[in-house]
Design a protein. Structure first.
Length: 356
């Protein structure tokens, strides 16, 4: 893959990729240095959409018809009809002793969107799958943010006349209500990496599922087939992002990959494919960020690297690895909130040119 050849260039400029075993470092991270985890941090760990709060894509189409149309042709939508028919999927399910793919929480977590059946007789049957990877898989279950995310503050107020203060407050309210609002690209990058990093040891080691999309890269994977940037043009044109915006996404994606692969490593208990792959991926994500940090000057990246350098990538190291991932999540959010990309121009030569 072409884009992926780009990233290793900057990695190699700093250090050769090393195996998971080589990553123990004596580092001087002091956790106190990067500030308290704020209340919003609880919301910053990506998770499957809560079936009780899922409203379904039908609730978006009235205002986002163009976005829904793009989505319908992506693998995220088509997996709904296809996955359970695939022999590879049946094989994984058999190895894990699962009777149904669409009803197993194990697969639903990443392949489907579930919605609660209110009034169901038993809690066992209380939810059913309504779609593959849907709007809410990436943007968060919408029940609590649906009304407020487009409320400009009065009948006569429009997108153009809304005050900046109202806009900022509306967006922050939507995030507090569980929206993965792409105004902060870290929130959506986390969604991708939650699914595209398989943090389930048995699924990989016993089921034979892939350990994740090892060639995932946020810019190239989000700006190709799944791109749906219609707000600027009121639904008419699927817009292309500015270089500045793509730079922020590029780095945010790397931070999210580090966070997700630390969480996967945290789930490792055996020296086998899952643990080794997860730790190697975390190490690689750290090295990529080191390369980036050497090219741009950014104190948040330095803090992230200190945290990553201060935790060992080893088995049964659950609490420490997850604690590091939590801190990195908060910093990733800050990075995306504070950066408009104007100081990241040195990265342009490394931005992927191909779009998946
Ligand atoms: C009643 C109309 C309406 C409905 C229904 C609606 N949206 Fe929106 N949405 C908007 C408007 C208007 C904006 C632009 C807000 C702005 O100017 O920032 C928006 C913006 C967004 C954004 C970009 C973030 C932002 O704040 O600009 C996302 C993501 C989004 N909507 C997702 C959804 C999803 C997912 C659904 C269904 C669960 C949905 N919307 C339903 C009107 C709607
Ligand atoms: C942590 C998220 C996650 C979980 C849990 C998960 N998958 Fe996947 N799966 C993915 C992603 C992401 C892909 C895309 C391919 C890749 O990069 O690994 C995928 C790909 C696949 C594929 C190959 C793709 C294709 O369409 O041919 C099969 C088969 C599959 N998954 C079956 C399952 C089954 C069966 C389960 C439940 C036992 C399951 N998956 C659970 C994330 C997950
Ligand atoms: C809820 C889990 C989930 C989330 C969130 C998610 N994906 Fe996926 N994605 C999948 C699965 C599963 C597949 C494979 C579907 C299949 O082929 O059956 C996939 C496939 C893809 C593909 C097609 C890959 C190929 O080889 O053609 C792209 C591109 C992609 N995802 C990009 C993204 C991006 C970018 C994000 C975040 C903005 C994201 N995904 C978020 C689960 C997810
Ligand atoms: C695979 C994950 C994923 C899915 C599924 C997804 N989105 Fe998005 N969405 C994103 C990402 C990533 C961005 C930010 C992209 C960027 O900044 O270039 C985004 C941006 C948006 C925006 C703002 C775009 C703009 O013009 O500024 C809207 C509105 C939106 N999504 C609505 C939806 C709706 C409605 C659905 C369901 C039909 C949906 N999204 C499904 C990941 C996803």
């Amino acid at each position: 893959m072409k884009i992926q050849q780009k990233i290793p260039c900057i990695v190699l400029a700093v250090a050769m990729f090393s195996a998971a075993s080589a990553v123990a470092q004596t580092s001087l991270v002091s956790a106190g240095g990067q500030g308290e985890l704020n209340a919003a941090n609880n919301l910053q760990i990506a998770a499957p959409a809560d079936p009780d709060l899922v409203v379904g894509n039908d609730a978006c189409v009235k205002c986002h018809a163009s976005e829904v149309k793009v989505w319908q042709s992506t693998p995220h939508a088509t997996t709904f009809d296809q996955l359970h028919r695939k022999p590879e999927a049946k094989e994984i399910a058999t190895k894990l002793g699962l009777r149904s793919i669409k009803h197993s929480g194990r697969c639903v977590a990443c392949h489907y969107t579930q919605q609660s059946d209110h009034g169901a007789a038993s809690s066992e049957d209380a939810a059913h799958v309504i779609a593959g990877v849907s709007c809410e898989s990436c943007h968060g279950a919408a029940k609590q943010w649906l009304d407020l995310h487009h409320n400009y503050g009065g009948e006569s107020v429009t997108r153009l006349t809304e005050s900046p203060a109202h806009r900022a407050e509306r967006i922050s309210q939507s995030i507090r209500a569980g929206m993965r609002n792409p105004t902060n690209v870290y929130l959506v990058a986390q969604s991708c990496l939650r699914c595209h990093t398989t943090a389930d040891e048995e699924l990989v080691n016993v089921g034979g599922h892939s350990a994740g999309s090892l060639d995932f890269e946020f810019v190239s994977w989000s700006q190709g087939t799944i791109r749906h940037n219609f707000l600027q043009s009121d639904g008419k044109v699927n817009g292309v992002r500015s270089a500045e915006h793509l730079r922020v996404m590029f780095v945010a994606g790397m931070i999210a990959e580090l966070e997700a692969s630390l969480r996967a490593t945290a789930a490792a208990t055996q020296k086998a494919k899952f643990g080794v792959t997860s730790a190697q991926r975390a190490d690689r994500a750290k090295k990529r960020l080191q390369s980036v940090a050497a090219k741009v000057s950014d104190p948040i990246l330095q803090q992230i690297l200190e945290i990553a350098g201060g935790v060992q990538l080893k088995l049964n190291h659950h609490a420490e690895l997850n604690a590091a991932a939590d801190k990195i999540a908060a910093l990733g959010y800050e990075f995306a909130a504070q950066n408009d990309g104007s100081t990241l121009a040195n990265l342009d030569a490394y931005l992927p040119q191909t779009r998946k």
